[in-house]
Ligand binder design. Structure first.
Ligand code: PLP
Length: 479
């Protein structure tokens, strides 16, 4: 990984851990152990990455101690001049990197960014009575019927988002998230034959449903999206196009997604996390067209707690890194590696949702190995391969046990893995899955239990250790 300053960082971390150890040794031990665990496993979780040491070190400072509710130059607290600088630099990098007229770098996470965006769109577009005028009791006491009545009083605003089993995210209007209560939601899915987004079906659904907001973006869809087509569909029905690029922001930043595949010029509002393919600190970020900027700018205190100045500082550092030419090479390798991983699976007879990938995600249908996602995820973990189970379209095993395993290439690409390494990873994964047998539970075949053939876990761990040693995490960082 570029510019990791291992000598300075080793000294800094030794000192940091010593200080922590003197107060709470268990936290120092868990921090050390986490590094060891991350170094020793094949991290294939599509939403995770390894931030640079510069980004990590930026977070450990007294910027954390400052309260700074409000916006740059307009705070509810005195003495915010340095936080103003931090926020302004981060926002400037975000605007420049993504070519956006406006950037808001305060959101603490992707969920928070989406909530700020929703509220900003409502505030910009809907004239509605407040909660009190709507005759509402305490909001926590609202039943589903109450929510529906409230939505009607507020104009029953509609949101059209990608279904969960096609790869959408909970914040795109699903009940476990507040977005599913705020909006009357309808989902669009993918073509049952190809697994690909069907723009004609989406346009027809939009014409019938007439949403206020169309949300594009995904957590588990292994393909690119044509955002110019999405914007046409939104314009046709007068909807606001909101793109949640949480997963693929790194591919946008690294110019792998350009033209129609770059959401920023096409969406009215674009949200993202900063910690996935973008390789920054945990956090969120919003880019907006000028007409939404004022409302987004009110995110704190409307939706968010006080800004985390130390994290905004780390966002600035990560965004500065992403503006370097090396980041474009990194982003291209993420996509090339995903293709190599997909081809590695296909050549060994595995079935992939959509038949492949053209982003950073590969979604493997594990039913062809006779397994549920839950069994496959656990067996892979036994062998030191860290993934997560995921629904596939029309999943026969439901959202808990699932039938898929989602793989992502950003993290191992940060370690230096190339296409040949990812082919080897595919071989190791297939080795584990072929040697995993579903086990019978008390009431028939369990969707969770499995047995892994003797020797498999060790064989795969040994092979993975060679790949990991050749591509060390934070090389030179000794604690
Ligand atoms: N949006 C999408 C598409 C995501 O995949 C995720 C996280 O997985 C989020 C939003 C939420 O991000 P966070 O965990 O930072 O709240």
């Amino acid at each position: 990984m570029a510019a990791d300053y291992p000598d300075t960082a080793s000294g800094a971390y030794r000192a940091v851990l010593q200080v922590i150890e003197s107060v709470e040794p268990r936290i120092a031990a868990a921090t050390r152990k986490e590094l060891a665990d991350q170094r020793d496993s094949l991290k294939l979780i599509a939403s995770e990455n390894y931030a640079s040491l510069a980004v990590l070190l930026t977070m450990g400072s007294w910027l954390s101690d400052k309260y700074a509710e409000g916006t740059i130059g307009h705070r509810f607290y005195a003495g915010c001049q340095n936080v103003d600088t931090v926020e302004a630099v981060a926002a400037e990098h975000a605007r420049e990197l993504f070519g956006a007229p406006y950037a808001y770098v305060q959101p603490h996470s992707g969920i928070d960014a989406n909530l700020v965006a929703y509220w900003a769109i409502l505030a910009t577009r809907v004239e509605a009575p407040g909660l009190a005028d709507a005759g509402v009791k305490h909001v926590n006491d609202l039943s589903e019927a109450d929510w529906e009545a409230l939505r009607h009083k507020l104009g029953n605003q509609r949101l059209l988002g990608m279904s969960l089993d096609a790869g959408g995210h909970l914040t795109h209007g699903f009940r476990p998230n507040i977005s599913g209560k705020m909006f009357h939601q309808r989902s669009y899915g993918t073509d049952p034959q190809t697994g690909l987004l069907d723009y004609d079906a989406l346009a027809a659904a939009a014409r019938e449903f007439k949403p206020l907001i169309i949300v594009a973006g995904y957590s588990a869809y292994p393909r690119r999206i044509n955002f110019a087509a999405m914007r046409e569909i939104a314009d046709d029905v007068g909807a606001t196009l909101m793109v949640d690029m949480a997963h693929f922001a790194g591919l946008v930043a690294g110019k792998v997604f350009t033209g129609d595949e770059d959401p920023v010029p096409h969406a009215h509002v674009t949200t993202t996390t900063t910690h996935k393919s973008l390789r920054g600190p945990r956090g969120g970020l919003i880019l907006a067209q000028p007409e939404y900027a004022d409302a987004v700018d009110k995110g704190c205190p409307m939706v968010l707690g006080g800004p985390l100045a130390h994290v905004m500082a780390a966002k600035a550092v990560a965004l500065a890194e992403a503006r370097q030419p090396a980041f474009q090479t990194y982003a291209k390798r993420i996509a090339d590696n995903a293709k190599a991983l997909a081809e590695g699976f296909l050549s060994r007879g595995a079935r992939l949702v959509t038949g492949g990938t053209d982003n950073h995600i590969v979604l493997l249908d594990v039913t062809s190995f006779g397994l549920t996602g839950r069994q496959a995820e656990s067996a892979l973990l036994d062998a030191g391969v860290v993934t997560n189970r995921n629904s596939i379209p029309a999943d026969p095993n439901g959202a808990w046990y699932t039938s898929g395993i989602r793989f992502g290439t950003p993290a191992l690409t940060s370690r230096g893995f190339g296409a040949a390494d990812f082919d080897r990873v595919a071989e190791l994964v297939v080795d584990v899955l072929k040697n995993t047998q579903p086990a019978a539970g008390a009431r028939g075949t369990s969707k969770a239990k499995y047995t892994l053939a003797d020797g498999t876990a060790q064989r795969v761990r040994d092979a993975a250790a060679e790949l990991l040693a050749a591509n060390p995490l934070y090389p030179g960082l000794t604690l």
